[in-house]
Design a protein around this ligand. Sequence first.
Ligand code: ATP
Ligand code: MG
Length: 443
Amino acid sequence: MIGHFITRLLPQRFKKAPRIYRAAQHTIRADAIDEAALSVVRRLHSAGFQAFIVGGAVRDLMLGRRPKDFDIATDATPEETKPLFRRAFIIGRRFRLVHVHVSHDVIEVSTFRSAQTDEDATDEHGRLLSDNVYGTQAEDALRRDFTINALYFDPETEEIWDYVGGVNDVRARRLKLIGSPTTRYREDPVRMLRAVRLASKLGLTLAPTSEAPLTKLAALMRNIPPARLFEETQKLLLSGNASETVAQVRRYQLLPSFDALLSTPIAERFADLALAHTDARLKIGKTVSPAYLFAALLWPTVTRERDAHIEAGMKPAPAFITAMDTALEEHAKMLAVPRRFQGIIREIWGLQPRFEQRQGQRPYRLLEQPRFRAAYDFLCLRTENREMPRELSVWWEKFQEADMDARKEMLAAAPKPATGSGSRPRRRRKKHSHAKTTAASAE
Ligand code: ATP
Ligand code: MG
């Protein structure tokens, strides 16, 4: 292992000269870079190292977008980087990075690394199992996914260093994998999801050669470790452009779990609504809880299962609970939803029947539930989808804002619960006992 590591540090490394774009040849200025990131670059430079802003930030700035964060790439090793800063921590087991804390910011500094090309570093499908060796800057560029993600900006000289034609691709609004697309997707199938997500988020056209292998290689998605798959799915749903991205993911059949979940027109309509809501919220700078979104994607499965159980003679309350269990056990697993989210999803669902209980102290108790807000938003989705009467979400909106007296009046005038969420209107028989069981199911 150590021998292998040392040979990788010897000088017969891949060295290619970059094409350098001077300040006058492009539009990124140093003042667009976060002060914290700038200070880290300057410190590395003054210690004699190379340091560049790299990846998504350079791409976003060239596209006229505000970057989420500013990552730095350097030829200094983590051990050389850490002592240069007052608060810096080496993190990561697989590949070591340095997190430099500058006031409230954390700047990620990574050492140039090379993609391993040895055969034993991939699994039988060609998936890279490790990319844990330092390399030259040219190698660092080549192991990145897309040409537009492999640009290096030096804020002190305002130069962009480009090893892979990324500047031309940004200008052509083209998303193109570096190297052979089939090999690169095999190395890391998550790149297929990234291709679709970045193209829709940034309004880019996927290069035909990068697009062609997608459907053919979609089966490789099965080999992605669950935690990583969930992380990527979440990014995709919270991209601010989820409606379009999910449509593309389905077009290339990258996530079969989506097809299973959205297999009926009702499920599709509910998901479309949820995704459109999410996109709208993110556009105006509001946050979205991923649990809420997964709760929405899985909800049509819950109602379908619940209705089937009722049809088979089960009482509404146990039917609802069994349906929630099935949806979480079977479908949440396909989407690799972590346990901690499953708990929140169940709470959001479980509170739904309680919105129909508008008598006595119940509405007050519901307001105090920690998940009230998410559950209420979820109720709005259901009323918008005409699964529940619109009157119900309007009532709750008013009730939240009303003062004590107005609330009392609203309660006095509120309709008695007619149909619990656990029931279906046309099978309604004994109104009141029914309402009790559905309320109980939510406690
Ligand atoms: P986002 O806007 O979603 O943050 P990003 O491109 O910055 O997009 P990150 O996950 O933050 O995505 O990754 C930072 C950089 O690391 C990328 O720009 C790219 O250069 C490289 N990278 C990320 N994922 C991969 C991958 N799967 N294979 C190769 N390089 C990758
Ligand atoms: Mg990023």
